[in-house]
Design a protein around this ligand. Sequence first.
Ligand code: SF4
Length: 407
Amino acid sequence: MKVWQQPLPRIYTELSEPELRLRIQAAKEALGPKLAVLGHHYQQDAVIDFADFTGDSFELSRKAAEQKGIDYVIFCGVHFMAESADILTDERVRVILPDIGAGCSMADMANLDQTLEAWAQLEETCPGQTIVPITYMNSSAAIKAFVGEHGGAVCTSSNCRNVLEWALAGGAVAAHKPGNKVKVLFFPDQHLGRNTAFAMGYPLDRMVVWDPKQDLGGNDARTLRDADFALWKGHCSVHALFRPEHVDQARAKFPGMKVIVHPECKWEVVQKADMAGSTAYIVDQVRKAPPGTEWAIGTEVHLVNRLKQQHPEQKIVVLSDCQCLCTTMYRIDLPHLCWALENLVDGTVVNEVRVDATTRKWSLVALERMLAIKGTGNPIQRSNSSIQPRPTPIVSQEEAAKAGIVD
Ligand code: SF4
């Protein structure tokens, strides 16, 4: 059943920021170890202040799964992330998205009906081929489950290459026979698929784009049969804003500056950049760099600004001034967080994200296949610098007094 975001009670929109911060802290303290608050890298700073862990979507879900004895997870991210947390945590843990309207434009570009239609057309057009579906983490649970049920796996932007290598060897498709031509159907981000396949040595003419609004995805049958990759026509509305000329402009303005971008950026941008990698990779590269290093970073602006604050010894700019902001994630703000937390304190769970049993089962299959693929590592045991437990307290007595909340 679709849950809609109910209007916030007026009080939450009228509270000042200091009041909200104090109430959020009080609610967190009341819930104590029963609760884990997760904050995605792209989240605004005011919300990140209250996150127990920050990181990327998959790592955060795994982190939640590792916490013993928690009853609730509040995911300050977007809908597919909350679904992943629900899939990976114990069934009794209840996962909450403070604003249920916080979706992901990329995940929304592939739905199950379109996928079933695409699968039927591909099977009919490419007889004798092994088709392996792979989905990026940034997809709905329904797509992850489809992939799990059809011999495929999930991938992240960190391990996409390892997962594609596995897929090109036939994945876990039961009917695969040695010698069969293998085709990867990659959801939902065409750019991550294209950038990774190209880096593996596949030329662009071995890849087709699958447009779900067109018959055969907009391809002729022969081109489709010959292709090694069918890339779903999806993209991230944030990373798609970066253009090749932004790289040229950054280089002209700051000669010697390193350009580092996320692989959800277009192929033309990645080709011009010095480095490309996941958010964890970008964070690690900046952390490791010597003082005085200059960076133009092509990813979500909140992460870039946070890196800038954390590394004053380096020069960091966002690759473009296009306001590359994840507007859907931005819907999670202090009023929504406060509302969700205070309801929990009162024993009411609002905005629960729950994945049904069958979808959960097959999504888990797809996720576990990813973890079993050599080279992807096991994030639960791996020490990963992108995951950071947050210190407490969040609001100091001085801050409260300054804000006139307490004396
Ligand atoms: S940054 Fe892009 S892929 Fe990530 S949540 Fe926002 S819209 Fe989705």
